[in-house]
Design a protein around this ligand. Sequence first.
Ligand SMILES: [Zn+2]
Length: 118
Amino acid sequence: MYRAEICFLAGIHPLVPAREVSSEDAKVLWVLSVDLLTIGLRLNRIVTRDPQEVGLRSPSRISDDERLYVYKRDGEPCRRCHTTIVWADVGGRRVWWCPRCQPQSARRPSPRRQPVLT
Ligand SMILES: [Zn+2]
């Protein structure tokens, strides 16, 4: 559950191999993991949604219907951009993501520029 949610919040496609995740992105993933696990422990349930997006002040007030972004939400509209959430089977485990918020290629390093010939 956290895996799908954290990738969403970081804007990282869940099928990007770990070795292609930049150290900056890895840091973002780490900070998000700590934050969300802390909230989860405090509330005794998993809430990944930003309460401000739902017009609330605290994650504790978010309903079960609204507490997640992508997990098991295939076919439903993305909470942020309304693109349909999709899923894939990865080694027997399902992952869910928003194709627009988590594009597969955007995070790849850009191709090296060709030297300008003068
Ligand atoms: Zn989206």
